[in-house]
Ligand binder design. Structure first.
Ligand SMILES: Nc1ncnc2c1ncn2[C@@H]1O[C@H](COP(=O)(O)OP(=O)(O)O)[C@@H](O)[C@H]1O
Ligand SMILES: [Mg+2]
Length: 246
């Protein structure tokens, strides 16, 4: 059972290799307190996306354990239940461009609603109402029926946020999903994520932008070539960066 005493996320000596010859994550220990905000920073290829996929159960560690709220998520049987509580905003968003905003948001309800509804494209009215409300929350009132390919970059990020919220997540993982936006829109979208975090959702954001990490996270973890080299206050990130090997 989940418990208030447990960390939201705990990694215990986690290793990961896509192929047997090379561990792209090595010996990662991590504890993310419930309701906190963590930034994961590091150069391209350092293992940030892999780490998020291990947290949400899209990947299973080669060695070591991942716990969410005290429950192990390494067994396949537990995977769906655990993953349902983890809202994930991938770097490439993964929206269906030919579908409408509200159809994309409803994808977040699939763990609850099941495959049959998804095949038929039928969702219970209360789920459609929730999806519509979430689109309003992210500033897309009246755009629910718009096809995603007609939305701007910032609007698409908002749809992806609404889809993650549709999972009713207790943890939100955001993978550099604002990096294609201009600064002003990026901060607007992050303010939205910050508001969600302040409602009590544990936030883990991957970013290469140290200012962004310092502004929106409390703690920071620095990855370098698959190893965690530092964990510090997010406000101390700049010093940590200068300690990195090139
Ligand atoms: N599907 C994959 N198959 C094989 N290697 C991969 C795959 N995805 C990522 N990698 C490798 O794993 C390492 C870490 O990648 P990634 O986690 O995407 O890093 P980051 O998100 O920090 O850029 C890189 O060396 C990358 O090439
Ligand atoms: Mg990445």
């Amino acid at each position: 059972m989940s418990s208030a005493n447990h960390a939201a996320i705990e990694l215990d000596d986690v290793w990961y290799a896509y192929d047997r010859s090379h561990f792209v994550l090595q010996g990662i220990f991590l504890a993310v307190a419930q309701g906190s905000a963590l930034a994961i920073v590091g150069h391209s290829g350092s293992g940030k996306t892999t780490l998020l996929k291990l947290i949400n159960g899209l990947l299973t560690p080669s060695r070591g354990l991942v716990h969410l709220f005290g429950n192990g998520v390494n067994g396949d049987a537990q995977l769906n239940g655990a993953r349902a509580r983890v809202g994930y905003i991938p770097q490439q968003l993964g929206l269906v461009r030919s579908a409408t905003a509200v159809q994309n948001v409803l994808v977040g309800a699939l763990p609850r609603v099941g495959d049959v509804a998804s095949l038929l494209g039928r969702f219970p009215p209360e789920e459609i109402a929730l999806a519509t409300r979430l689109l309003e929350l992210v500033g897309l009132a009246g755009r629910a029926g718009e096809k995603v390919h007609r939305l701007s970059g910032g609007e698409r990020q908002r749809v992806a946020i609404a889809r993650a919220l549709m999972q009713k997540p207790s943890i939100l993982l955001a993978d550099e999903f604002i990096s294609d936006l201009d600064d002003e829109t990026a901060y607007e979208v992050m303010d939205l994520v910050e508001g969600i975090h302040k409602e009590g959702v544990t936030l883990v954001m991957v970013t290469h932008d140290f200012a962004m990490g310092a502004r929106y996270a409390e703690r920071a973890v620095l990855l370098h070539r698959g190893r965690k080299v530092t964990e510090c206050k997010a406000s101390e990130l700049r010093h940590a960066e200068s300690a990195l090997p090139p």
